[in-house]
Every structure is written in structure tokens, then in C-alpha cells.
Design a protein around this ligand. Structure first.
Ligand code: PLP
Length: 439
């Protein structure tokens, strides 16, 4: 019966469902890699009853874990009362107001006012547009350029795509917009030189993830963001932190930039704010920007999404944050991140084809290399084979293969030591398999 149903769904999927960020070729050849039906804690179950550890919190987002009844209840209650009403034209609703003020109370420094979206790409497009609009209001309309870093990922809306440093995303549609520049991801000096070259008076904002996620969980050098903040201040450039992955506890602090003691002018967020239980994101702007906007704005803010301030999504966000606080998940991410790094180091000692390993909270990476000395990669990249093998053993992970061969990790923030041990056991078994059969 299940086999028949799976076959039916596979055919329907292949014919009618164009998947996001997927190989169409692979889908047409094999159908869906898994059809998930249930989730509980850090585990996902597919329709055949196979159970997997969700080692990526699905898309770096299901931070409080799957199957949270109280979030379902909060959504149900809000839907029963008021599923949706507009936030355009100064209309409002209570969950949106409460979530905005809750986020303002959590955000560092003077980041105090929230614009809501439905996800990360919309949030980054919003931040780009707000930055440019801000400079128009300030009488410097020539400040249009957005500078971002190589290996960055900011999403797939047109602004976010163009801010993304991973070139393959920009090349995909061959729609390279003017007004975007990229700097080497670990060089503050390169940022300064680029600003000088472009002319500081043309630059609106610098955008960066605190830890680059899709680009390979790249952790910045210790002083990088401090220098970046100083450079932005020196040239009067806005600093936008893309905390879509890192926001709400993923790195062991509420916001990733807090590791570097740096307060940006805007923070974009999504994923962890609702743990994926509803589509929600936003931009937190500083009090200074907000005051300027209040003082200088005339007429309408010509930017808004139908679902900006969606009542159900905001109710879900509020409940999700309540859980993060009640269960001390930020602290748990910090503690378990340390334990995950220890586990990676044990594996690194055992397998010579493991290169560098790193974690910041529950964001982690293991690089695979032919030679640790030279950093040379295998002719056929190992990580895609590796994650297929971990999946067979009940662990879902993801690879990064842009100029590297890396396995990345982002387990739910509820991860326990026993669950981590299970993850590490599967990794060990898979590395052993790879050593015996592949390398
Ligand atoms: N920014 C970062 C750092 C991300 O990792 C992502 C998604 O993975 C995005 C933006 C885009 O978010 P979304 O897919 O919700 O549009």
C-alpha cells in the first residue's frame, strides 16, 4: 500500500512539482529523495517509516525541533481569532506589535524597530531598499552601491541574488544588476580599498552574514567585523548583518554579531525566528535610522509585502521565542557546539582525509581533503557521496562544493549529548566506510 502510494506521489512530483534549488535531472531520474511525513524533536520520518536525524534543522531553521504542539496550538488559536488582516496603511494587529517589541528587546544596541517579511530573501531585499531609501532621504541619492563578501549567500530575490557572493546564483539568470560589488570574505583591507575605488559617496551599505552559512560555514577572523564596523563608520556606510541563519541562538548567542562585539545598523532575520513553523522574517533597524525615517519621510513608504506582519506567523514567532527562552536553547547551542567540535576533533585524529573542522554554536563544518598539507581536494568530490552514505545510516546533512568539499552541520538547538553521540557514531561509521571503500 505504502509502496503504491509512494509510486503515485513520485510520478505526481515529477510531473507537477518544480523543486527549489534542486537538480531537475535528478528529480526526473529518481523522483523525490524522501517524502517526509512526520517530525519529532531532532528526528524526521519519511513515508516508508525510515527515521533520520535532521542534522541541518532542515534548512538551518527548525531550531526548536519538530512536532511542537504548543506552537501548533498558538497558530490554531490565532487562526481561529484572526488569521490575517492588513498591516498596510497603518493597520495593525496584536501579535505583530508584540513580536516587534519582543524582538526589539532582544536585539543588541539600539536596534529597535522591526519591518516584517515572509523570509530571508525578502528581508535582504528590504534592507537593501531601506538603505538606498535612507540615503535618498538624507540627500545623498548617489549612495546606491551594496558591497558584500565572496562566498556569501543572501537569498534569491533580485536584490538578494545580486548581493550573494556565490557567483553561481548570480550567473543562473544572467541578470547582474548594477550597484553591487564584492570583497574578499576575510579581508577588511579589501573592503577599504574597494570603498576608496568606488568612491565612498556612492556606497549605501555593506552586507554580511556573521558566519557564512551556504558558503561553507566560514567563521570570520577575530578582528574582521570590528575593523569592518570602523571602516563603515569612517565612510558613513550602513552595516547590514544578515542573521537569517545566525539569529535567535544558532551560534550560541542570540545574534551572531554579538560574538564580535559589533552592533550593525540593520539586522535581517528569518528561519530561527519561527523555527520554520510559519513563513516569517524581517529587518531590525537602528533607532538612529528609524528617527531619521520618522523625521524625513513624506508620503508613503513604497515597500511592503501582503504578509508583512502576518498575524498567525507572528503568533508562531512569539511562541517559538518563548520556547527558546524557557528551554535556554541559546546556552544549549553554545554548550553542544563545543561538544560537537570535540567530537569533530576526535574524528579528525582518526581520519587523515578530514581537513579543517570548525563550529560556532551549533553551526559546524568538516572539510574533506586529499592532502592536509596542501589542502588539495579529491578528483571526485567526496562530500556528496558522504552525505548519501550518512542518509542511508539515518543522518541528513548537506554539502558545500563551491571551490571546496565540505560537510556542514546545523542540528536543532535542542540537541542533547546522547543525540550528539548518535550523530557522531553515524559519522564515524560513514568515515570508516569511506576509508575502506572510496579513498
Ligand atoms: N540569508 C541567509 C544567510 C540564508 O542562509 C538564506 C537562506 O538559506 C537567506 C538569506 C534566504 O532566505 P530565504 O530562503 O528564506 O528567502
Amino acid at each position: 500500500m505504502t509502496i503504491q502510494l509512494k509510486e503515485t506521489l513520485k510520478v505526481l512530483d515529477q510531473k507537477h512539482f518544480l523543486h527549489p534549488t534542486s537538480s531537475i535531472e535528478q528529480q526526473q531520474a529518481d523522483g523525490p529523495a524522501a517524502i517526509f511525513t512526520e517530525g519529532e524533536g531532532i528526528y524526521l520520518k519519511d513515508m516508508e517509516g525510515n527515521v533520520y536525524i535532521d542534522g541541518m534543522s532542515s534548512l538551518w531553521n527548525v531550531n526548536v525541533g519538530h512536532g511542537r504542539e504548543e506552537i501548533a496550538e498558538a497558530a490554531k488559536e490565532q487562526m481561529g481569532k484572526l488569521a490575517f488582516s492588513s498591516c498596510f496603511a497603518t493597520f495593525s494587529n496584536e501579535p505583530a506589535i508584540r513580536l516587534a517589541s519582543k524582538i526589539a528587546s532582544m536585539a543588541p544596541g539600539n536596534l529597535n524597530t522591526v519591518f516584517f517579511t515572509s523570509g530571508g530573501s525578502e528581508s535582504n531585499d528590504t534592507a537593501i531598499k531601506l538603505a538606498r531609501h535612507y540615503w535618498v532621504l538624507k540627500g545623498q541619492p548617489q549612495r546606491q552601491t551594496i558591497i558584500s563578501r565572496t562566498q556569501s549567500y543572501h537569498g534569491v530575490a533580485m536584490g538578494a541574488t545580486n548581493a550573494t557572493g556565490l557567483k553561481a546564483f548570480r550567473d543562473f539568470t544572467n541578470s547582474h544588476a548594477p550597484g553591487f560589488h564584492y570583497v574578499y570574505n576575510q579581508s577588511a583591507r579589501n573592503l577599504r580599498d574597494t570603498i576608496e575605488q568606488l568612491g565612498p559617496e556612492t556606497v549605501a551599505a555593506f552586507m554580511s552574514e556573521p558566519v557564512q552559512g551556504a558558503g561553507g560555514v566560514n567563521i570570520a577572523q577575530e578582528n574582521y567585523f570590528k575593523e569592518v564596523r570602523e571602516i563603515c563608520d569612517e565612510y558613513g556606510i550602513l552595516f547590514i548583518a544578515d542573521e537569517v541563519i545566525t539569529g535567535f541562538g544558532r551560534t550560541g548567542k542570540l545574534f551572531g554579531m554579538q560574538h564580535y562585539d559589533v552592533v550593525p545598523d540593520m539586522i535581517t532575520f528569518a528561519k530561527g525566528v519561527s523555527s520554520g513553523y510559519a513563513q516569517l522574517g524581517g529587518v531590525i533597524i537602528s533607532e538612529n535610522i528609524h528617527l531619521d525615517l520618522c523625521e524625513l519621510s513624506k508620503g508613503t513608504l513604497m515597500h511592503g509585502y501582503t504578509y508583512s506582519g502576518h498575524a498567525v506567523a507572528c503568533a508562531v514567532g512569539l511562541k517559538n521565542i518563548e520556547i527558546i527562552e524557557r528551554e535556554n536553547l541559546v546556552e544549549n547551542a553554545a554548550k553542544m557546539g563545543e561538544a560537537m567540535l570535540e567530537g569533530f576533533r576526535v574524528l579528525q585524529d582518526k581520519y587523515s582525509f578530514i581537513g579543517r573542522v570548525r563550529t560556532l554554536g551549533l553551526l559546524g563544518a568538516i572539510e574533506l581533503v586529499k592532502s592536509r598539507e596542501t589542502g588539495e581536494l579529491f578528483d571526485t568530490l567526496l562530500s556528496p557521496i558522504f552525505v548519501q552514505e550518512t542518509m542511508k545510516r539515518g543522518l541528513i546533512l548537506r554539502t558545500v562544493t563551491y571551490e571546496q568539499d565540505t560537510i556542514v552541520f546545523a542540528p536543532p538547538l535542542i540537541l542533547s549529548q546522547a543525540e550528539l553521540n548518535e550523530m557522531l557514531r553515524i559519522l564515524d561509521e560513514t568515515f570508516e566506510f569511506v576509508r575502506k571503500n572510496i579513498v
